[in-house]
Design a protein around this ligand. Structure first.
Ligand code: SF4
Length: 68
């Protein structure tokens, strides 16, 4: 059973694009991040899965009303 719909963020040269910070961050930052769900640095396609509270599972953000 899936407990989280957090998307995979692929690690590129030791960094990932952080959805919470809207910037590239070192994977070491993820290791201590409260939103980290899973990390795989040794597989064929290293990735981080996380679910920042500011990002909904659909990918929308909680910034108030959506623009139309
Ligand atoms: S685990 Fe934390 S620091 Fe790493 S990408 Fe996700 S929100 Fe950003």
């Amino acid at each position: 059973m899936f407990r989280s719909k957090a998307a995979r963020l692929f690690i590129d040269r030791g960094t990932v694009r952080c959805p919470a910070r809207a910037a590239d961050v070192e994977v070491d930052v993820c290791l201590t991040c409260q939103w980290l769900v899973e990390i795989d640095e040794d597989g064929p396609t290293p990735f981080v899965r996380c679910q920042p509270v500011s990002v909904l599972p659909s990918g929308a953000t909680k910034r108030g009303r959506q623009e139309s």
